[in-house]
Ligand binder design. Sequence first.
Ligand code: NAD
Length: 318
Amino acid sequence: MSTKKERILIIGAGGQIGVELTLALRKIYGKENVIASDLKDENYLLTGTGPFMHIDAMNKSGLQQTVQKEKITQIYLLAAVLSAVGEKNPLMAWNINMQTLLNVLEIAREEKLTKIYWPSSIAVFGPTSPKQNCPQQTIVEPTTVYGISKYAGESWCEYYHEKYGVDVRSMRYPGLISYKSAPGGGTTDYAIDIFHQALKTKSYDCFLNEDTYLPMMYMDDGIRATIELMEAPATKIKNHRSYNLAAMSFSPKEIAAEIQKHIPDFAINYNPDFRQAIAESWPQSIDDKEARADWDWKPAFDLARMTEDMLNNVKVEK
Ligand SMILES: NC(=O)c1ccc[n+]([C@@H]2O[C@H](COP(=O)([O-])OP(=O)(O)OC[C@H]3O[C@@H](n4cnc5c(N)ncnc54)[C@H](O)[C@@H]3O)[C@@H](O)[C@H]2O)c1
C-alpha cells in the first residue's frame, strides 16, 4: 500500500461496482479519505460509511473545484452508460462516456494527481476478434457504441500517459456478478437477475440463448483486481491502455445447471432480445496473461464457488 496520504474521489460511487469499491477503499485508506460521489442521491448501502457528494462528472469546472477543495490525489471514474442502455441512446452514451473521461484526464494533468482509475470492458472487442482466449493485442473492431467509446477511451488514457505522464490505469472488466448493488444496464446482467428469480420464483426468462458463452467475474475478484492494479508499483505497469482480465466463462445453460445443484426444481426459458446480438459480437473467453505476469493477477472464484456465494447472499425482495 502507498505510504503517502491519499485523498480519493470515486465518481459513480452509487453504481454496481462503485458501492463495493468505495467500501473496500475506505477499509484501506480510512473513511474520511475516500469521498463517494454520484449524480444520484447516496446509495443506501453507503449511508453512514463516509463522506458523500453530488457531482456531475460532465461539469469539469465543478469537478475541478471539488478536487482542489478536498485536496484529492486520486480519482476512480466509474460513471458511464453501459452496453444495453447505450444502444438505446448512442449519442448520449458516446457523449457521457467520452466527456467524463476527458474531464478527469485533463484535471489529472492540471492538478498533477498521483493516479487515475478508469475501467474499460471486454466490449472493446467485436465480431472480428478471436472468440476463444481473446488476446490482449488483436483485431479490435467494436460494433456497439459502448465498445467504441471504451476503445477510444483506452487510446486517450495511453495518450495522457505518454504525452503528459498521467498515471492512469485501466482493465477490461468482464461481466461482473454481485449481490449488493443492482446492475446498471449491461448485457451480462442476466447472470445476476437469474439468482434473484431462482430464489424468488424458481424460474427465469433469459434474454440470451442457452449457448451464449460470455466472460464473467465475481465482484470480489473484480474489486480485488482493481485494488491490486492500483497498488502495484508503477514499474510493473507495462500496459498503459487497458489490461485484459478474466476469471470464468459460462453460458445461461451452464449457470442454470449450477443453480439446479442447489435448487433442483429451478427452470429456465430462453427469450433472446436485442442483447443477443451484442453478446454475440463479444469474445466467449479472454486471455489475461499480461495481467497475470505484470501485477500477479489470479482469480479466486469459479462458477461453482460464485453460485454458492450468490445463493447464500442474494436478498429476495418480498
Ligand atoms: N458492471 C459490469 O459488469 C461492468 C463490466 C465492464 C465494465 N464496466 C465499467 O465499470 C464502470 C462502472 O460500472 P457499473 O456497472 O458500476 O455502472 P453503473 O451504471 O451501475 O454505475 C454508474 C454510476 O455512475 C453514475 N453516473 C452516471 N453519469 C454520471 C455523471 N455524469 N456524473 C456522476 N455520476 C454519474 C450513475 O448514477 C451510476 O450510479 C463503468 O465504466 C462500466 O463501463 C462494468
